[in-house]
Design a protein around this ligand. Sequence first.
Ligand code: FAD
Ligand code: AMP
Length: 478
Amino acid sequence: MADKFDLIVIGAGPGGYVAAIRAAQLGLKTACVEKWIDKEGKTVHGGTCLNVGCIPSKALLEASHKFIEAQHDFDDMGIQAGDVTMDVKKMMARKDKIVKNLTGGIAGLFKANGVTALEGAGKVLSSKQVEVSKDGEKVVYEADNIVIASGSVPVDIPPTPLTEGLIVDSTGALEFDETPKRLGVIGAGVIGLELGSVWNRLGSEVTVLEAMDSFLPMVDQAVAKETQKLLKKQGLDIKLGARVTGSDIKDNEVVVKYADSEGDKEITFDKLIVCVGRRPYTQGLLGDDAGVKLDERGFIFVDDQCRTSVPGVYAIGDVVRGPMLAHKASEEGIMVADIVAGHKAEMNYDAIPSVIYTFPEVAWVGMNEQEAKAAGIEVKSGSFPFAASGRAMANNATEGMAKVITDAETDRVLGMHIVGQHAGEMIAQGVIAMEFGSSAEDLALTCYAHPTMSEAVHEAALAVDGHAIHMANRKKRK
Ligand code: FAD
Ligand code: AMP
């Protein structure tokens, strides 16, 4: 008879492994099932985020940014670095080492917290049974509760079928062993812009083909416009309103067909990255009698507290509605573990930050000005350019701006949108402001350390009432 658990988690990505650790900390007898196999044939934890997502992409973004800095910023600072070259294979080896360290660390965390790691593919047979299969062997485990955290996989589109070494998804784009001369990217979303930036910095001529006419519609349009301008200046050729309709492989090159307002066009690349989004992954996950319902887009249907249609079965992370972000998955994991352990728990879905790790970074939380107005809210906003920040000048990072969006009636912070160096760190201030129901005045009355990039957030909050200090004042203080 196989072990019985209080909770079995299926999937050890940032949703699943965090849920399992929290549940074990709360005294639940917990197991976590994972089927990801690495190149050496070993089971690895960490899911998309650690293996082929957040972490490896940031390792490459950081290395490629330093390469650019060494070429363009050092001289001005008096540093003579000579001829700067990039060894792509070494950059990749560093990335692989970071991934290995982190994924290996989760096994250690499981051990330290008393989580049983089960290797193999998990299948929900009923609300109380999970089958785990590996190498043809199947074991059925009993559980009082089940959390599904099976994540997502890249979407592929019929016009550009993946072709080894030529047409790749985001995972393939993290593995190039040399810099392609002409690189195409389909999709100007978060992942497309990050991966396009990496290879652009290393010398590729990058063209991004985006079907939509608008650029980053989820970001405040003042911030999005500034971002588009900066990325263009770096050499990213972003073609909006360009829908990819087909492709051919000729002489080891990829010929992409697309349609824009002027008609049908073709463009030739050495490699093409398809970054058109991700879809929930539920393959082989649900037995015939599981009863867990999916929504019309294939996500597991859940309520606000991640309960599925079957009592005792929960689902979290990329496999359910909401933004596909690691920290959203982890927060849902903690909420569900708390609920299973008998505690009250909920999440504030209005205060989930998003970051695009380009240079400069783009980060936002809450509504943008356009969304707030469309929702019928009378809006006030304040912006501050990094060009007026002393620290930004010292850092050689004067591009971008911070913007605070508030409800004109109550002064409550509705959103914060930033493009600038370290925007991904600064946005935590907006998240905390929103979590605490702060007003722009609360931010304005807060003492910020000088000189910091965050002072731009302070000034943007002051600017909501026209009282920024380091900008021409528009209003007289009463
Ligand atoms: P996943 O991380 O996908 O994990 C699911 C796990 O479940 C996998 O390990 C899978 O093998 C396992 N599994 C699936 N089915 C079964 C089964 N039947 N049995 C056993 N195991 C199973 N997000 C951010 O927040 N910040 C970023 O900077 C960021 N960058 C990204 C960059 C790239 C290139 C990509 C592709 C994604 C990025 N993301 C980022 C998104 C982030 O990776 C996901 O939102 C996050 O990994 C979702 O976590 P999850 O636990 O829901 O699923
Ligand atoms: P995201 O969902 O943020 O990863 O972004 C994916 C992007 O790909 C979206 O902005 C889509 O508009 C874009 N996209 C999807 N299909 C196509 C296509 N056939 N041609 C060009 N862009 C596309």
